[in-house]
Design a protein around this ligand. Structure first.
Ligand code: IPE
Ligand code: IPE
Ligand code: MG
Length: 261
């Protein structure tokens, strides 16, 4: 009885991460932050460990950053978990990653619910092990009415595959007579992307030091501000998230127009 009461008390208090917001302009926060969480393998190697150790540490890092983003009032966080090209890795690493994904979708769900996180996904289901898809569906179902931060996990995601997926869906609507070619516009196109209903990322972060997009959100990042750091993903901290947001706040977003001075 007492044990249950204590557990209830503990679990009813969502864990908060302390974030130092000194110097942040809280009236100019990015709504949507997308992150290419790169560098897990190198992080593990630098510690003399196997790559999979880095992926485990990467999960801890993501958990912290979700809480930090939430307490900063970020509305959407998209995290690149597994790309359509990551199947090219050695089978044991791919199998480990799929197990890590399905395991965490299951064990983190309760905390996501308590923290009012709404979980969504981007990516193709076709190649995933069935258990991953089942847990994705379960996480969507269990968190769909949550009103806190939207955690959009990109799993078996590729920007090119997403665009092709949208093109096929639109072509089908045209072939069925449900859509006129003349009516295809950016908004119709976006309605056929995995990110339907989400704003475009304001800020794109890449850890691990590489200066490339690696097939992430090709359509959506048209006008995202890009910030990179050589810091490897398991070493990424809430302070670095704040640093990225400060850099974002010092950018001049013109969207092709001119800023009135
Ligand atoms: C990112 O870390 C995680 C995934 C791509 C799944 P990496 O595994 O790419 O780590 P590095 O880039 O090899 O260090
Ligand atoms: C991008 O990292 C994919 C994820 C972070 C899930 P990669 O390690 O796969 O990218 P490349 O191969 O260095 O471009
Ligand atoms: Mg990498």
């Amino acid at each position: 009885m007492l044990k249950t009461l204590i557990q209830k008390t503990i679990s009813s208090k969502p864990a908060k991460v302390k974030v130092n917001t000194d110097g942040l302009d809280l009236s100019n926060m990015p709504q949507h932050i997308a992150i290419i969480m790169d560098g897990n393998g190198r992080w593990a190697k630098s510690r003399g460990g196997v790559r999979t150790l880095g992926h485990k540490a990467g999960v801890d890092s993501l958990k912290t950053i979700i809480k930090a983003a939430d307490s900063l009032g970020i509305k959407v966080l998209t995290a690149y978990v597994f790309s359509t090209e990551n199947w090219r890795r050695p089978l044991p690493e791919v199998q480990f990653l799929m197990k890590l994904i399905s395991h965490n979708l299951s064990i983190q769900l309760q905390e996501m619910k308590e923290n009012n996180v709404q979980v969504r996904f981007a990516g193709s289901r076709d190649e995933n092990p069935p258990i991953v898809n089942e847990r994705m569906d379960h996480a969507i179902e269990e968190t769909k009415y949550n009103t806190g931060i939207i955690l959009n996990l990109a799993i078996n995601y590729g920007g090119q595959a997403e665009i092709l997926h949208a093109v096929k869906a639109i072509a089908r609507q045209v072939a069925d007579g449900a859509l006129n070619i003349e009516d295809i516009n950016a908004s119709v196109f976006e309605d056929n992307l995995y990110s339907k209903g989400l704003p475009a990322p304001d800020l794109l972060i890449r850890t691990g030091g590489d200066l490339r997009i690696s097939n992430f959100l090709l359509w959506q990042i048209a006008y995202s501000e890009i910030w990179t750091t050589p810091v490897l993903w398991p070493d990424f901290t809430p302070d670095l998230l704040v640093e990225a947001i400060k850099a974002y706040q010092n950018r001049e977003r013109r969207f092709g127009g001119l800023v009135q001075k």
